[in-house]
Write a protein that binds this ligand. Structure first.
Ligand SMILES: O=C(O)CCC(=O)C(=O)O
Length: 264
């Protein structure tokens, strides 16, 4: 898939592009089959919910220990648009699977930009980085979808505070104050990214986003793949490989059916 000029200018304006069902049902099946093993894993790369240490909040680095996610990272339908938007070769800075468990198990995410910890801790020089949000499950309005403030990336790096739950931890989230959020939302509105499993959003790393508790009975997993331009490689070394990948080799596309074959 190649982006056209109008999609590129839409990304520049809105900070994201959304493609419903970019992955087909076989590809979704391959990813869904891979999720339980990822969530059963234990180690520092697996972060659990604060109020339930048995429930995974984020599984970092699955592209290194799961074949399906390893293939996903190099799927041409993801890699080509990202390379075009960044006008560069890319490597994967980070991957994180957010299962967003049902019945309130998947706790909320305060409003934030992703770029601050990558800039301040990992030494990522510029916000030349894109988050591909791959819907592993259907993301309906009922399932606590990802909420974004379109166009907020045009404000650059906003003031933010380390989130109290992650302060002092290796895993860092910086949240945005309510006055700033109110003003951004008044200007730009807030959009919910909803669509069936297999949909993909390409989101600029300075887009303000968050989500509510998932009180529905259903899991709502999204795999976040963080692609960084090779010429924007991080200089910091404080954080572990699963936060700040040090292999800056350009990713090369695999065959377009590389994921489909794993569904069999
Ligand atoms: O998936 C969600 O609900 C939000 C996750 C998020 O904001 C993040 O990982 O930065």
């Amino acid at each position: 898939m190649q982006l056209n000029e109008s999609q590129i200018s839409q990304f520049d304006q809105q900070g994201y592009l959304f493609f419903p069902e970019l992955l087909d049902t076989d590809e979704v099946t391959a990813l869904q089959k891979a999720v339980p093993d990822v969530l059963d894993r234990r180690g520092p790369e697996i972060v659990c919910e604060t109020d339930d240490p048995t429930a995974v909040r984020l599984a970092f680095g699955a592209h290194t220990y799961s074949d399906a996610f390893r293939h996903l990272v190099r799927l041409p339908r993801l890699l080509n648009p990202v390379r075009r938007l960044l006008d560069n070769d890319v490597y994967l800075h980070q991957s994180r699977l957010n299962p967003k468990n049902g019945f309130g198990g998947g706790a909320s995410w305060d409003w934030h930009q992703d770029y601050p910890p990558w800039n301040k801790i990992d030494g990522m020089p510029e916000p030349m980085c894109i988050m591909a949000a791959v819907f592993i499950d259907d993301c309906s309005v009922a399932r606590s979808p990802l909420l974004i403030v379109p166009g907020s990336q045009r404000h650059g790096l906003l003031d933010s505070e380390p989130h109290p739950d992650t302060t002092g931890k290796e895993y860092a989230l910086h949240h945005i104050d309510h006055v700033t959020l109110k003003s951004l939302a008044a200007d730009n509105g807030i959009e919910a990214l909803v669509g069936p499993a297999g949909s993909v959003a390409f989101v600029h790393c300075n887009v303000v986003h968050g989500s509510a508790n998932n009180v529905s009975p259903w899991q709502r997993a999204i795999m976040y793949l963080i692609y960084n331009a090779v010429n924007n490689a991080c200089t910091g070394t404080d954080r572990a490989w699963y936060h700040n990948n040090r292999d800056f080799s350009p990713l090369l596309p695999l065959d377009d059916d590389c994921l489909k074959t794993l569904a069999e």
